[in-house]
Design a protein around this ligand. Structure first.
Ligand code: PEP
Ligand code: MN
Length: 375
């Protein structure tokens, strides 16, 4: 008997579709013509297996296009009949599931705003019980691996086996070059815990801009992802949702032409370990740079505040406290104290420089005396 805390036995699952799985289509189904035009062009490309289109759109804020609703299911069905592509849409409620099952939609996905809600996921799982519809589970909006795994487990416990995870990036409070930060270590950890689980990438929602999709898609393929879900619209400029990140069918075909699709590595789908570790390092370096940028922005705001209240920029006790806390942390994390002191001093020098008026900055740069300044 398994411990109730052991991971769910995912071993038997498989999406059951060819690799690489290429899914493409508009963010939203807007009209029958738009859906059919997209499907026809994607079919003509020859590399697309499934057409995606959002029918019920979960918008973060009210007041924008929320999808055409049930009527759009008939458009997807017609696209399937005319092109032979598999068709799929997002579900967020058991009513959506029932409507899709009735309309003969081939595959479903659970969106980033639904995955983190256990009640919604359970209701969807219950509605799907007894079927073997493939379900793709997007990561939750925020970086929480347990909620992502938990959603997959709920579907698995309902008897569904044709499951896959879709990495669409995470909403992050710091400035990043992405709409949703990829934080690749999360999908990598998911894959490490469940090697049989198929992992797909949605580079459109990570990049947030048509021009930046290519490198994200390639990174996913390099990491051994099994496929891509890309937003494609016949005329992106007039799209009713996510206009900036949708590709025209021609741009999408050009994207596919430029990508290197890798074979699943010989040993149980594992890629070269060194490359994998280097990707993790690159990811961490990127995060460190982002955090340093945020820290400097905040230091500048503190500088403005101090100036407004005519408080000295140098606050020795504050800096002492910061350094002591970092040294304690260093011990805890097994880092050398000398390294952490040097690192913190360098950060602090830069903060002081950014906080200072021009003249003062000159005087301070190059005087890294320990525990003499504070933010
Ligand atoms: C979408 O696929 O259009 C969508 C709404 O995605 P996400 O749930 O990843 O935001
Ligand atoms: Mn979208």
């Amino acid at each position: 008997m398994n411990s109730p805390f052991a991971p769910a036995p995912f071993a038997q699952w498989s999406l059951g579709l060819d690799r690489p799985l290429v899914i493409a289509g508009p963010c939203s189904a807007e009209s029958e013509e738009q859906v059919l035009a997209t499907a026809t062009k994607l079919k003509a490309d020859g590399r697309v297996q499934a057409l995606r289109a959002g029918v019920w759109k979960p918008r973060t804020r009210p007041g924008s296009f929320e999808g055409a609703g049930d009527t759009a299911l008939a458009w997807l069905k017609r696209a399937k009949e005319e092109t032979g592509l598999l068709v799929m849409t997002e579900v967020a409620t058991p009513e959506h599931v029932e409507a899709c099952l009735k309309a003969g939609i081939d595959m479903l996905w659970i969106g980033a705003r639904t995955t983190p809600n256990p009640f919604s996921v359970q209701a969807i799982a219950d509605a799907l019980q007894g079927t073997d519809v493939p379900v793709l589970v997007k990561n939750p909006i925020n970086p929480d691996l347990h909620l992502w795994t938990g959603a997959l487990e709920r579907l698995h416990r309902a008897g569904l086996r044709r499951l896959a995870a879709v990495h669409r990036g995470f909403n992050w409070f710091e400035r990043t070059p992405y709409r949703n930060s990829p934080m690749w270590e999360f999908p990598i950890r998911l894959k490490a815990a469940h090697p049989e689980l198929e992992l797909l990438c949605d580079p459109s929602h990570i990049a947030g801009h048509a021009e930046r999709i290519g490198p994200v898609a390639q990174q996913a393929l390099d990491l051994g992802f099994g496929g891509l879900m890309v937003e494609v619209h016949p005329d992106p400029a007039v799209a009713r949702s996510d206009a900036e990140q949708q590709l025209s069918p021609a741009a999408f075909s050009a994207l596919l032409d430029g990508l290197i699709f890798r074979e699943a590595a010989p040993t149980a789908g594992m890629r070269d370990r060194l490359e994998e570790l280097r990707d993790l390092i690159d990811q961490l370096d990127e995060e460190i740079a982002q955090k340093l940028g945020t820290r400097m922005d905040i230091a500048e705001r503190i500088g403005d505040h101090k100036r407004a209240h005519q408080v000295a920029i140098l606050q020795p006790e504050r800096w002492d406290r910061i350094m002591k806390r970092q040294v304690r942390l260093a011990h805890h994390l097994g880092l050398s104290e000398a390294f952490v002191r040097e690192f913190m001093d360098a950060i602090h020098r830069e903060s002081i420089r950014r906080q200072s008026l021009e003249g003062a900055a000159e005087a301070l740069v190059g005087s890294p005396s320990r525990s003499s300044k504070g933010e």
